[in-house]
Design a protein around this ligand. Structure first.
Ligand code: VIB
Length: 233
């Protein structure tokens, strides 16, 4: 995927306006350790079990987006993303199975405050705003992980061989996933043109930047489990 995918259009402007919060998200120390293969397993387990719960609520947010559209191409695009999220879950279930955790146990894991903050924020934007505001809340998640995956693969400090997190990295640089991201960025542009994004940019940017900050906090939640394993499991 060319870098221009992330740098132009409405997404590019929102990303740019998020400034250091975006950089903190896509180059977080959690990711540097993950790429090097040195991330403590407890940090990754904390992240991944919470991400399972996160994705369940994110699927709900995409279902909400479907209801906000009135044309079949848009409905198809939102439903496609919903399907992609559901498709992402086997990766989580597979990792957790390796640690003796089955899906029922994952469902029962108490939600961390970081998970509640992020998912309920997005759902609140979805309930109180229109499709464009909801897309601004969803895009840091959808497109940010593509940037994360591509950066990790391009980083000379990344080690693939023997890295227990290699399949996680591959998942987010897979061509099928990147095609979905391109479609999501284009959908944001189209909906933005229809619904007056220029006049609403400040509010859209506030939403996008808040979701970006919540992504940074989500990685940090994983790292915090190293210092505080009592609350981690
Ligand atoms: C905290 C958190 N943020 C982003 C993603 C990545 N992600 C979630 S839904 C989705 C769309 C599927 O096309 C993507 C890429 C994640 N797993 N966890």
């Amino acid at each position: 995927m060319p870098a221009s995918m992330f740098e132009f259009g409405l997404f590019g402007r929102l990303r740019q306006n998020a400034g250091p919060h975006w950089e903190h998200y896509v180059a977080h120390p959690f990711l540097q350790q993950l790429g090097a293969g040195t991330l403590p397993e407890i940090a990754f387990r904390r992240y991944l079990t919470q991400d399972y719960l996160f994705l369940v609520h994110f699927a709900r947010a995409y279902a909400l987006l479907v209801t906000k559209f009135h044309t079949l191409p848009e409905i198809r695009a939102a439903a496609g993303s919903l399907n992609n999220i559901v498709a992402e879950l086997p990766l989580h279930v597979g990792y957790c199975a390796g640690w003796g955790l089955n899906e029922t146990q994952m469902e029962r894991e108490p939600e961390a405050t970081e998970t509640i903050n992020y998912t309920r924020y997005v759902l609140d934007i979805g309930h109180s705003g229109d499709a464009l505001e909801l897309l601004a809340a969803l895009l840091p998640c959808v497109a940010g992980y593509a940037e994360v995956g591509l950066r990790l693969l391009a980083d000379p400090a990344t080690v693939m061989e023997g890295n227990p997190y290699a399949s996680w990295m591959q998942n987010y640089s897979d061509q099928g996933y990147l095609d979905g991201v391109k479609a999501a960025i284009e959908l944001l542009d189209r909906v933005g043109q229809q619904r007056g994004a220029d006049a609403r940019f400040d509010r859209l940017s506030e939403i996008f930047t808040t979701a970006t900050r919540l992504e940074g906090a989500f990685w940090q939640m994983g790292l915090n489990a190293v210092e505080n394993p009592v609350n981690a499991w």
